[in-house]
Design a protein around this ligand. Structure first.
Ligand SMILES: [Cu+2]
Length: 475
């Protein structure tokens, strides 16, 4: 307030002074003496000086009152690590606030050549460092501790008036664009893509009656979502690998050919096999090197909802696509029973049995049967239809699978029929688990079917990942 009053006074004086000087500049009488004229000139010069000073004061006062950004610009975040300097390396001139985030295993600091050095930042900690009057230009910055600069901790800091103001101004998301993206992504369903996984593999019947299957593992181009090509690790050129279905008691022979850039093996997850067929190199078999083959042989036991996948470097090979469904016989359904008041028909016939492989990492990422929404398969049914899904989680996270519109009857866990089947609309499926769920379509419409972890199904770009839908029409 005091400053404002001071400036007002200066302005009033400036308005008054021009009138005053005009009066002095025009002497009215020719009878003035020479000394009087000199005195007038001196007075005039003094007033001019005063005016110049007042004008300068006014400019200074106006600058002081001009709206300025409160405090320093920033904070600009700079990440220090062993041994790199990364982050916001283009900043505005003036007073600048930096957040120095040390993600390394030892202490680091930051020196701006010719300007100053920040305090040492202990490992895992971050500090705020303010630098006053940083002039525009380019500065060499580095960690001044030990030999960290030589190990790579140096960078250029650009100080430029055009730089973004730094973290304290939150960017407002473009909500309109987000809505448009969501609508467009949903209307794109179901989208055509190249390739389809889970196709049932027809066996050759050998002379000894064995059902023989051939699996060739190789790296392929796989369209996860429209236009989104990845390098998948695949059996027989598809993700998931082909569905293998046999009957209880079948002699099964499966020949694996490895065309991958590294060794591999196949573990038959929840299939009863002799130990040397369990697919865990080097404990139960030699690693199947690139170019080599290995034949698995076993007699299928009772009914099973099982899986197969690579065991060697499984965190790389499985999420990249070396995974599949293995079904033996049929899951018994609770036909003729009434569960929570719902009668399950004696003569129930399934219109579809759907192995749904869940995956969430690697090249394939968040997906149902090797595809990300809107490229996931749409399931078309009529009201009254019964269908059975086997959720097979071969990913690294739990996925609570949720069917809109109607509940499902959980009939088996890991292929074992439940003595007390139960109804659920959402079912958490942990890595390695299988659940078999019986659904009856009761209401027509497009019913979304998805993992209920929001980050697994949408992003700023719209819907993606572990989403599909049942499209149900009147019968
Ligand atoms: Cu999920």
């Amino acid at each position: 307030m005091a400053r404002r009053i001071g400036v007002s006074i200066v302005i009033v004086m400036l308005v008054a002074i021009p009138a005053c000087t005009e009066g002095v500049e025009e002497p009215s009488s020719t009878s003035q003496s020479a000394s009087e004229a000199t005195e007038t000139e001196l007075e005039l010069a003094r007033l001019r000086d005063e005016l110049t000073q007042l004008r300068a004061d006014l400019v200074a006062a106006q600058e002081a009152l001009a709206p300025t950004e409160s405090g320093p610009t920033g904070p600009y975040e700079i990440e220090l690590s062993d041994y790199r300097i990364e982050g916001d390396l283009t900043v505005r001139p003036g007073d600048v606030s930096f957040v120095l985030d040390n993600r390394g295993d030892g202490a680091h600091n930051l020196r701006i050549s010719g300007v100053g050095t920040a305090p040492d930042v202990p490992a895992g900690e971050s500090i705020t460092w303010e630098v006053a009057d940083l002039a525009p230009g380019e500065y060499f910055v580095y960690c001044a501790l030990s030999d960290h600069r030589l190990r790579g901790m140096s960078a250029n800091l650009v100080v430029d008036a055009e730089a973004t103001p730094g973290g304290h101004e939150e960017e407002t998301p473009d909500y309109e664009a987000m809505s448009e993206a969501m609508t467009a992504s949903m209307l794109a369903f179901p989208a055509e893509t190249e390739g389809l996984g889970n196709r049932e593999l027809t066996p050759q019947i050998a002379a000894d009656g064995a059902k023989e299957f051939s699996l060739v593992a190789s790296v392929i181009d796989w369209e996860v979502a429209p236009g989104q090509m990845v390098k998948a690790w695949a059996y027989n050129g598809m993700v998931p690998g082909p569905l293998i279905r046999v009957d209880p008691g079948d002699l099964v022979r499966i020949r694996l050919t490895n065309q991958l850039p590294m060794g591999t093996d196949i573990h038959w997850h929840a299939v009863s096999v002799p130990n040397e067929m369990d697919g865990v190199s080097p404990l139960t078999q030699p690693l199947v090197e690139p170019g080599a083959t290995f034949t698995y042989e076993f007699v299928a036991g009772g009914s099973a909802v099982a899986m197969y996948h690579a065991h060697h470097h499984s965190s790389v090979q499985v999420p990249n696509g070396l995974l599949g469904a293995f079904l033996i016989g049929e899951v018994p359904l609770p036909r003729g029973r009434t569960i929570n008041g719902v009668a399950i028909p004696h003569d129930l016939e399934l219109v579809a049995e759907i192995p749904m492989v869940l995956n969430d990492t690697g090249e394939i990422g968040l997906s149902l049967n090797g595809k990300s929404f809107p490229a996931t398969e749409a399931y078309r049914f009529e009201v009254g239809d019964w269908y059975l899904v086997h959720y097979l989680n071969q990913g690294g996270q739990i996925h609570p699978m949720h069917q809109h519109g109607y509940f499902g009857l959980v009939v088996a866990k890991d292929g074992v029929p439940l003595t007390e089947p139960f109804w659920a609309d959402t079912l958490a499926v942990a890595p390695g688990e299988r659940y078999s769920v019986l659904f009856n379509v009761t209401v027509p419409g497009t019913w979304l079917w998805h993992c209920h972890i929001a980050a697994h199904v949408d992003s700023e770009e719209g819907m993606f990942g572990m989403v599909t839908a049942v499209i149900a029409t009147e019968s």
